[in-house]
Design a protein around this ligand. Structure first.
Ligand code: ADP
Length: 207
């Protein structure tokens, strides 16, 4: 199956594009969702995270306060790396497992959402990288409205991530998300058609 790795910085529009692909019936593996589940399940990963960061990152109900955790890691590179070391091997493993489960799917292609693809040391199997790219000013505006964060907090997160240039060098396809949602929908639709036809020609070669 054709595998598309979708990436982009905070607030670039990854989740919005992901939902558009999903509306076409395309299977999605989202590494952010896997991370969220790992931190909320009563898993060894959750325990390891609390052991490292201390009880201060938990709420009264014992759940990890993800916004506290986020603030902590974006203020401190060492802590950010520590969390990645705890989470990423398991996220990688689970992504591969979910991909395996899609092997017999009838879908023309699937999308793996990997926000930190450019930063990751783990190899994620894929045929093409799709970058969702936005001007930084729009990333800040959209993400701060969505997360009820200050522009400064979003700027810090952007500074901790790969640069737009670094992402552009690994991209095969780019969606410039610099317009309204109608325009974004049209761009995703065009790519969906492209991926369907790439998948069809791949099947012809293999048959
Ligand atoms: P990411 O997943 O990359 O962090 P999102 O897809 O959550 O980004 O987008 C950030 C915010 O911006 C969301 O509230 C989303 O609805 C909004 N948004 C994304 N693209 C557009 C667009 N083209 N026009 C208007 N709002 C947008």
């Amino acid at each position: 199956m054709l595998v598309i790795a979708l990436t982009g910085g905070i607030g670039s529009g990854k989740s919005t594009v992901e939902n558009l692909f999903r509306s076409y019936g395309i299977p999605i593996i989202d590494t952010d969702v896997i991370a969220r589940e790992l931190l909320s399940d009563n898993s060894a990963i959750k325990k390891e995270t609390i052991n490292y960061f201390g009880q201060e990152i938990t709420q009264e109900n014992g759940e990890i306060d993800r916004s506290k955790l986020r603030t902590l890691i974006f203020d401190d590179e060492q802590k950010r790396n520590a969390l990645q070391t705890i989470l990423h091997p398991v996220i990688h493993q689970q992504t591969l497992r979910q991909l395996e489960q899609l092997e017999n799917s009838d879908a023309p292609y699937c999308v793996i959402v990997i926000p930190l693809l450019a930063e990751s040391n783990h190899k994620y199997p894929h045929h093409r990288v799709l970058l969702i790219d936005s001007p930084e000013s729009l990333q800040i505006k959209r993400a701060s409205t969505r997360d009820r964060s200050t522009p400064d907090q979003i700027k810090k997160i952007i500074a901790s991530q790969a640069s737009r240039k670094q992402r552009q060098t690994i991209a095969d396809d780019v969606i410039e998300n610099d317009g309204d949602l109608t325009l974004l929908r049209q761009k995703v639709n065009r790519l969906h058609e492209k991926y369907c036809s790439l998948s069809a020609s791949e099947q012809e070669v293999n048959s």
